[in-house]
Design a protein around this ligand. Structure first.
Ligand code: 5GP
Length: 138
């Protein structure tokens, strides 16, 4: 399948759709997931077109993972999370719903279950405050 430049993350990258941004480099952007599975659920996307892991430029992938590491550290600190889960889905059979490569950063706590994937939109004010809280821990 060819990369669709009208996917929502491409629109966010072009500034055509809003996002609660947490961190940005020349190569990647981090922002809050609007239907989080847990408080602090953050996404990191490369700025280059790539549908998934298989078609990503390895150099850009490396730059993107550096951003994942930086933001994961800030999310851990901001939410005082004992664990951080990184998830990355490739293809609809794997559960991918947005076809622009992205990494999920999710705080984990013993006994705290995740909400369902991409189901319930979060209060934008809450997302705004979470983004600010994470930025302060960068
Ligand atoms: P995937 O299923 O492709 O691994 O993950 C896509 C993620 O993007 C889901 O967790 C979903 O909640 C999130 N998402 C879907 N639409 C939007 C949007 O418009 N803005 C943001 N920030 N996240 C979105």
């Amino acid at each position: 399948m060819a990369y669709d430049p009208n996917n929502i993350f491409a629109k966010i990258l072009r500034g055509e759709a809003p996002a609660f941004t947490v961190y940005e480099t020349d190569h990647a952007l981090a922002f809050m997931d609007i239907m989080p599975q847990v408080d602090g659920h953050t996404l990191v996307v490369p700025k280059n077109d790539a549908e998934n892991l298989h078609d990503a430029d390895p150099v850009i992938l490396g730059e993107t993972i550096k951003v994942v590491q930086t933001v994961a550290g800030a999310v851990k600190k901001a939410f005082d999370a004992p664990g951080i889960m990184i998830a990355q889905l490739n293809g609809s059979a794997a559960g991918q719903t947005v076809f622009h490569l992205h990494f999920h950063i999710m705080p984990r706590f013993q006994g705290l279950e995740f909400k369902l994937h991409a189901r319930s939109p979060e209060d934008p004010e809450k997302l705004k405050s979470f983004a600010e809280k994470i930025r302060q821990c960068l």
